[in-house]
Design a protein around this ligand. Structure first.
Ligand code: 5RP
Length: 234
């Protein structure tokens, strides 16, 4: 029986071993599963002497790259990446994703969109048949601080459910993203919504910076499973 942490590590290690080649420019996602991917990248740089360049998707992943002595870059220098490896909060059977549980959705989507392929690494709890069913914390939507109330009201009126302003753990104030914005977590929505249409609609609303709906972006997902195997979905 494999723990959730063990499953994250299995998925991350296998994805890095299968996809990363010397010379690659790599987008480094954010979250706890990506920690294992960076760990494996550092091992491969040390043991195989591969040469890679890493572009972070958050302050957290920038710190990870630096801590592991990997070569740090950015989209100004490396605007076309070979691959992006990132976690997800939910992955459906068509490889559509909910992301942004860690509040890094904007940079994650930008970096993924600059990559030839987005490879998802996750534990078995993230695997879902219908997007929006599995992840109970809601779909993250990054918004401009001055627009969070009108966007919350518009979202609840048009699409139902509840959009909750994400608060810091100590409840002293809202979570502020790496980009200086707030996050609304949208829950209890109608499960039969067309997520592609919803995403295209929301990103046009003034004040919506980005949504955590990653539709038709991922190429493959690696899930570490409870039995110690890795399920690959493409
Ligand atoms: C951060 C993200 C993460 O990739 C997502 O929350 C998954 O994180 P973890 O690997 O810790 O489960 O989208 O914004």
């Amino acid at each position: 029986m494999c723990s959730v942490e063990g499953a994250k590590k299995l998925a991350a290690y296998q994805a890095v071993d299968n996809h990363i080649k010397s010379g690659y420019k790599i987008g480094i996602g954010s979250g706890s599963t990506v920690v294992y991917a960076v760990d494996r990248l550092a091992q491969r740089v040390e043991n195989e002497n591969i040469n890679i360049i890493c572009v972070p998707t958050s302050f957290q992943s920038r710190q990870l790259i630096l801590k592991n002595n990997l070569t740090l870059s950015d989209l100004e220098v490396a605007s076309q990446l070979d691959i992006c490896i990132d976690g997800a909060d939910e992955v459906d059977c068509n490889l559509n994703l909910i992301k942004g549980g860690g509040g890094c959705l904007l940079q994650e989507k930008i970096v993924a969109s600059c990559s030839k392929e987005l490879i998802v690494i996750a534990d078995y709890t993230k695997n879902s048949s219908l997007l929006g069913q599995q992840y109970k914390k809601g779909i993250p939507i990054e918004v401009s601080p001055l627009a969070y109330v009108p966007i919350k009201k518009r979202l609840e009126q048009l699409y139902k459910g509840e959009a909750v302003l994400r608060m810091a753990v100590n409840k002293a104030g809202p979570v502020v993203t790496d980009n200086g914005n707030f996050v609304l977590d949208w829950k209890n929505f109608d499960q039969s919504l067309d997520w592609n249409k919803v995403n295209l609609d929301l990103i046009q609303w003034p004040g919506v910076i980005e949504t955590g709906l990653f539709i038709n972006m991922a190429k493959k997902a690696y899930f570490g499973m409870q039995d110690g195997s890795v399920k690959v979905q493409s």
